[in-house]
Ligand binder design. Structure first.
Ligand code: GLN
Length: 484
């Protein structure tokens, strides 16, 4: 059961080959067997899942089921789920049970999907390795000594080990695409505003965007169909029709113009990863695409710009975690100051504190112009680079990450080395563009992801470009030996 695509699962459920309860139980059994070794889930929602599965079976019997009714999934623990703990992988929210569902969760529930549980992640989505979680690091199913990427590392490990057929993730600077790359998955970060952020615990509000993490482009398209859409509760969500993302999956790529930014193939890129990406590009040429070198001259500014904007926004967003309005409260506070100091001191991990300090500094009077304002100006330069590029090409391609999955602990003492893991993904968030990572091969037994970046609201085109490649290759179908 656990190697079927969403369409196959849907067909089996509709024909009665197995029920949603049976399918859900199958995944719960797999989680039970493998989660201790991977640490991919923070919360497993057995009872909740089986109840949802029963309701789905009823819809299937009554023929009121939709395409995804009865199919299980996992949610990153950043999405508020009514009645289920939502921790954001922080001690701060260890005991937080949301009184409402995030819009994404609400929509997916309405589609009749079954929530298996909440996946591990970097604390408040800050990280590229899933090592900053209060609940411990997640392991990469391809090599248990290596990281799965972050911050959606739990969702990535879950799908790679087939503990769920699909999952949600969020991407502020690469957190869907980079773990997808490191775990051999298809991950899509939609255009900023395409998917509602309501009920998604905010990290950096002008960058955060939710999207599907899947085994294939077709599966990702099916889940995006349910996730996308205007939401009046998110003032930055865009009022624009949601197409059926599966309609154009098979369009021909004849004449597709691919741009390869020279800045994405610089010295920082591992040479074996580069060779894998070259081979993927050749495959696209054989499918009818043409290739041209382009330049995104301000790429080098993206990491420093992001590490002003994201901490600034997070310092503001996380101020609500004060032990009064939200979050962990220290024992026996002496007075109000002591309550704030100790609650926040005890509740937040090291990386989160580092970012709050950087952000508070960058926003403080006297420094605002030098840092935050400057960063906003750089952000404009970065998005103008893309605008220029899309005058000449249909899609931009390159590596998702500079290396394959690195060893646990390898970068934990060097925040800047960790930040550079997102060097190719961050500019997309700064510009608000959609981006994908798709499996493109292996180096030393570890997956390599190819990144596709599209123009605004061109998710359907990206999915088409990804799907055609997946029709011609079988990288995305490879699964780690221990989890077959
Ligand atoms: N790794 C980046 C960071 O730590 C991006 C995280 C994300 O996309 N949530 O900020």
């Amino acid at each position: 059961m656990h190697n079927k695509s969403l369409s196959e699962l849907s067909a089996s459920l509709q024909s009665g080959e197995f029920s949603s309860v049976e399918l859900t139980q199958h995944y719960l059994d797999r989680i039970n067997k493998h989660n201790a070794g991977l640490n991919a889930f923070i919360t497993v929602a057995d009872d909740h899942a089986l109840q949802q599965a029963q309701a789905a079976d009823l819809r299937l019997q009554q023929k009121t089921a939709g395409k995804l009714t009865g199919i299980p999934l996992a949610h990153k623990d950043i999405f508020c789920t009514q009645g289920l703990r939502t921790s954001c992988a922080s001690k701060m929210l260890d005991n937080f049970i949301s009184p409402y569902d995030a819009t994404v969760v609400e929509k997916i529930n309405a589609a009749g999907m079954v929530t298996l549980g909440k996946t591990n992640m970097d604390e408040f989505a800050m990280g590229s390795s899933n090592e900053t979680s209060f609940y411990g690091a997640v392991k990469n199913p391809w090599d248990l000594e290596r990281v799965p990427g972050g911050s959606s590392g739990g969702s990535a490990a879950t799908i790679a080990a087939r503990l769920a057929p699909i999952a949600t993730g969020t991407d502020t600077g690469g957190s869907i695409r980079q773990p997808a790359s490191l775990c051999n998955l298809t991950g899509l970060k939609p255009t900023y505003g395409r998917v509602s952020r309501y009920g998604m615990i905010a990290f950096a509000s002008s960058l955060d965007q939710a999207g599907p993490m899947a085994s294939s482009a077709e599966d990702a398209a099916l889940l995006l169909n349910e996730m996308a859409g205007f939401d009046e509760r998110d003032s930055t969500s865009v009022e624009r029709d949601v197409p059926d993302y599966t309609t154009n999956l098979n369009d021909s790529l004849e004449g597709l113009k691919i741009g390869l930014p020279k800045e994405f193939f610089d010295d920082g890129l591992d040479s074996d990863v580069a060779a894998t990406i070259d081979a993927a590009i050749k495959m696209y040429q054989s499918l009818g695409a043409t290739v041209k070198e382009i330049t995104l001259p301000n790429t080098a500014l993206s990491v420093p710009t992001y590490y002003v904007v994201a901490p600034a926004e997070c310092s503001s967003n996380l101020s609500r975690m004060d032990g009064v309005r939200f979050g962990h409260r220290c024992d026996d506070p002496k007075d109000l100051d002591d309550l704030y100091f100790r609650s926040r001191g005890e509740g937040f991990g090291e990386e989160v504190k580092r970012r709050i300090m950087i952000g508070t500094y960058a926003l403080s009077a006297g420094y605002y112009d030098a840092y935050y304002l400057k960063a906003q100006q750089c952000r404009r330069l970065i998005s103008d680079d893309f605008k220029q590029a899309f005058n000449n090409v249909d899609v931009i391609m390159g590596p998702t990450a500079p290396t394959t999955a690195f060893k646990m602990g390898e970068k934990t003492d060097d925040p800047v080395a960790m930040y550079l893991a997102d060097i190719y993904t961050i500019s997309t968030n700064l510009a608000g563009l959609p981006g994908m990572s798709i499996p493109a091969g292996f180096v030393g037994g570890l997956p390599v992801g190819l990144q596709l970046i599209g123009n605004y609201f061109e998710e359907a085109k990206l999915l088409n470009i990804a799907h055609k490649y997946q029709q011609a290759t079988d990288w995305h179908q490879q699964t780690p030996e221990a989890f077959k």
